[in-house]
Design a protein around this ligand. Sequence first.
Ligand code: ZN
Length: 498
Amino acid sequence: MIQTYLRQLVAYAKAYCMLPKADEYYTFNRLLLLLNLDDCGPEEPIPSVEGMTGPDAILAPIVEYALAEKIIAEGQEEAFSARLMDTVSLRPSQVAAAFEEKKAELGLKGATDWFHDYCEKTDYVKRSAIEKNLRWDAKGEKADLVITVNLSKPEVDNKKSAAMLHKKPAGYPSCVICRQNEGFTGHGTVRDTLRTIDVTLDGTPFFWQFSPYAYYYQHAIIINTEHTPMIVNTTALRRLMDFVDQYPHYFIGSNAALPRIGGSLLVHDHYQGGLEQMPMHRADYRTVLSAPDAKVKVGILEWYNSVVRFESDDRDAILATAASVIEAWKDYSNPALGILAETNGEKHNSCSPVVRRTETGYIIDLILRNNRTDETYPDGIFHAHPEYHNIKKESIGLIEAMGLYILPARLNRQLFRETAAFLCGAPYDGEALAEDMKIHRDTIELLLARHGNALTPEQAENAIRARINEVCEAILKNTAVFAEAEEESFRAFILGCL
Ligand SMILES: [Zn+2]
């Protein structure tokens, strides 16, 4: 009977979502109401919830029942699941209070681990969907990159996010990360079970939450309480440092605040943080530019794109030095290298600062970016070049610039199924490719020329991964404002700031 699943959901919430025993009947009755029921059903043994990592197995039969009974229509499954989970979860204020209690009981890292687990258990962080994503390490020339094919997140169009920046906020909430989304469902967003934690950064109220898509482990989003545009400047850097002072086990970084080189959401000031070490974090210096006895060690990173690293145990000194580079970069032009700070009144230079705490101090990495376009590269000169757009055409934001790729779900079918079939002997005719496979024609023909068409499925998969790895490395190099051969200019720019 359906009521047995509702009882099981209550048992799950008691075990994993801190549902107080005193709220048990109340919660069961609220669930009955959601399913238009007014009796408790027969007493049946409740299946065990032991060892469950998420509520999927309990939600599935309840959602199926709601569909069959026409309580919900097709397409409302996700929203209904979230409503069920919200009914058995703590209110936002209770979660915030529990976070403080966990901090006292388990320490700060224990508390953030608990909060992350809580968001998974209430299914806000979609653990089961995330586990289905493809993920592998790519051996690279400079470092191992991490490639993921995200099967749950829609692909974003660059031009659309640029257009969004100029769009006046309309409706409620103003955008998808505004705090008013806590508990909101509508316009295609489902945020019933969103829970957030307050944090003050440089005197400004922010809050943070986990990303439901989780590009990496404990992917946190740190958001300005006010709906105000992204900006990368000295204040932003001070805020990032304030965050790692309060959460020293997380890294935090900001997307560049211009279209084509940043995230998809420029209209609302926010940062990204997390527990995972990014490939770029593991890179070492290519060249150290500061004097051996300088308070701040400054150098160029041995990395694909243009990164300046700063290290110091002196907070004021590292802040001042990194800020001087951020400010100088805004106006830096070097026409010989195609770097123009401004054309037709439009500014092109921005950067992505990434901050971490060390045992004794701080590390700041500044990824220098430029978003200019021209006739040859209408999507961006320092963006993935057109020959790679079949694999990645979205902007290369902060996370990818650090070497962790989030590739679109479509590749799972287009490359790992359809292209793989050609490599395993399916007849190939470039002219007869399906419409959405035409973008892959060059890739398919390159792979056929390299490997022939008699591969085993495993060999085909490896060949495709190797090509993706190659492309991801090449894209990172495309984003370098100073190519490796232009190191002299890069050094001169940095030295001029010190
Ligand atoms: Zn907003």
